[in-house]
Design a protein around this ligand. Structure first.
Ligand code: HSE
Length: 435
């Protein structure tokens, strides 16, 4: 039990979860207590901790500890619940309970917001409380604040970026150190970057969750996670990274949301970027997001996208907003939920971009011209071409094509025709290009 009651004006915080994010948040609240109080003009005071078991890296101190986490969400002496357990089961129950009990919620849980945020925002609004999630997107980069506040005067036309640190860490190491995928993933996990289920990082789901949140805020739309086209990095090979380099590109895993005449493009996939572009040079666990506004033009934000301290920094920023708001609700998306429209995601078939294609073919006369015809029949022109000599006589050769801009449905038809060529072995591998 606590010895002393918190000061009358304190923002009383209940934290659920004592892992990487919860432990880091508690530590930052404790080590930065004086600074935070000076800036918020009131103390930010953790009072209760919900955790199934104790952890050495999260000392309890004088917090009241609960093994039943829902008790924290209901506790009368908690003003704000900080949800750091992840997932969409118990986390949903905790968040909903807290909101319905008149408490604001701060969460790092992108899956929860992306998949269930529409309902949760409505509950928060109905109860006059706040639901903030800066830590859910791009770790320590205050990107939601930049979008909601700094870019408030703009019509945002696109949001794109590297929003999964683990994926970027893996692609960077694969390219620079020729290390095996599993080996790099294990290192990312040990460093606390990866999700509990690392397929979320590797298959793009984590980035899709974050893009859902960014797009909702940028375009004033409801969260539309199911509208996001999602591809991960597991199909990218060291050979692709090398061929891309030869063509003057680097491969990055990007989340891209663009407002178009047909609706909003929502897509997460590996992408070839010109080697000299800013995003192409953001390496390791760093994230970077480019916001394009009609007045501000393109603006780029870069920083640690994952990790204990970076995520805690974002959670504490939300807590500071709540402390300064003195009980008035803070907007999640910068606009009331009733003003939100449907995203109406553009079908991928209609999305246009240049393409990188890699295929294996027999080394014999006529293959290149047949390949060119398959692409030409769909109106796709070849911009650059690489073919390496066979390793030994009779071996197949790898052919790489960089095409001009084409609709995805045209490219898929061309790939069908290329796959049907006698000389071609297997299915060509395609990666989108952004100029
Ligand atoms: N697994 C996430 C990443 C952590 O690698 O970016 C922060 O969301």
């Amino acid at each position: 039990m606590r010895n002393e009651a918190p000061p009358m004006n304190a923002l009383r915080i209940g934290i659920c979860g004592n892992g990487t994010v919860g432990g880091g948040t508690l530590e930052l609240l404790r080590t930065g207590a004086e600074r935070l109080e000076r800036r918020a003009r009131r103390p930010l005071m953790p009072v209760r901790l919900g955790a199934r078991r104790d952890r050495e890296d999260c000392p309890v101190g004088d917090l009241i500890v609960h093994r039943d986490l829902l008790e924290v969400a209901r506790a009368e002496d908690v003003d704000v619940l900080v949800e750091c357990i992840g997932g969409t089961g118990l986390a949903r129950e905790l968040v909903e309970t807290a909101l319905r009990s008149g408490k604001s919620v701060v969460t790092a849980n992108k899956a929860l917001i992306a998949e269930q945020g529409n309902e949760l925002l409505a509950i928060a609004e109905a109860h006059g409380v706040s639901l903030l999630c800066e830590a859910a997107v791009a770790g320590g980069i205050p990107i939601l604040k930049a979008l909601r506040e700094g870019m408030a005067g703009n019509q945002v036309t696109s949001v794109s970026g590297i929003i999964n640190g683990t994926g970027n860490f893996i692609l960077t190491a694969m390219g620079a150190e020729q290390r095996a995928f599993d080996d790099v993933l294990a290192e990312a996990q040990a460093l606390g970057y990866a999700e509990a289920d690392p397929t979320f990082d590797v298959e793009g789901i984590d980035a899709a969750h974050k893009l859902t949140i960014l797009a909702a805020m940028a375009f004033e739309t409801r969260f539309d996670f199911s509208g996001v086209h999602c591809e991960g990095i597991s199909q990218v090979t060291p050979a692709d990274i090398e061929f891309a380099r030869e063509l003057g590109y680097r491969i990055k895993h990007l989340g891209i949301a663009k407002e178009t005449q047909d609706g909003v493009e929502l897509r997460v996939h590996p992408t070839l970027l010109p080697a000299q572009s800013l995003l192409a040079n953001v390496d390791g666990v760093l994230n970077a997001v480019c916001l394009e506004g009609h007045a501000a033009g393109p603006t780029v934000y870069c920083g640690a996208g994952a990790g204990r301290e970076a995520t805690a920094s974002a959670i504490v920023a939300d807590l500071m907003d709540l402390a300064r708001a003195e009980g008035k609700p803070c907007s999640t998306l910068g606009v009331d939920t009733e003003a939100l429209r449907d995203a109406s995601a553009v079908p991928m078939d209609k999305v246009r971009c240049p393409w990188y294609l890699r295929l294996e073919a027999e080394d014999r006369p006529g293959v290149m011209s047949e390949l060119g015809s398959c692409l030409g029949a769909e109106g796709i022109s070849i911009e650059a071409l690489i073919q390496k000599p066979p390793k030994s006589p009779g071996d197949t050769v790898t052919i790489v094509v960089l095409s001009n801009e084409a609709e995805e449905q045209a490219l898929r038809k061309a790939i069908e025709a290329i796959t049907a060529m006698d000389a071609v072995k297997g299915t060509p591998h395609s990666i989108r290009v952004e100029e």
